[in-house]
Design a protein. Sequence first.
Length: 224
Amino acid sequence: MAARKDRGGKLTVVLRLHGYWRSSTTYRVRIALALKRLDHEIIPVNLLAGEHRADAFRACNPFATVPVLEADGVVHAQSMAILEWLDERFPERRLLPAGIEDRFAARELAMALATELHAPLNLPVLQYLKLDLGHTQAEVDLWYWHWLERTLGGVEARLEQRGSGDFLFGAPGYFECVAVPQLYNARRNGFDLSAYPQLTRIDAACAELPEFALSHPDRQPDAV
């Protein structure tokens, strides 16, 4: 897949996002692409049907995970690395702020959500707890809520220390790309967010923006 030229003769990159409509990691990248106003094609990958484990998919992504972002045929996996790549490859409308301490603050909070929550709360882990280890749905819910409370509490406290407004900084970026999908998942799994006013304020402000509305799982072509 080769780069093409727009009407002004400028080379553009052909982007294809392989992902699942309700995957929080795919959701992160959709938001980033929308914030950067990057046109892209959506290629659905049905996790429930096991399409991510198919040989053809593993051939391009040996992690057998979503999302995968193709850029002129070059495959990029792992959502947090993709966010960083997008900021380096398309520096306009940056996701990360300019100052080194501000960049650290965005990464600190986003990485807390991405590294401390995604691993214990992703679909394979929840299925293993229920199907292989025989836990009830109520027990799986308690597992889910335990890890959410542990990490969201720290993020909420840090936001309160910073005195953040509608967004971590002046506009949504790297942190919001990760936070909004995580809060979506928390609500979907019955977690009470009333104790997290900093996070829910940011989430509500993002919900008012068209980039986040268009990136919402319910608006995706493979949503059911």
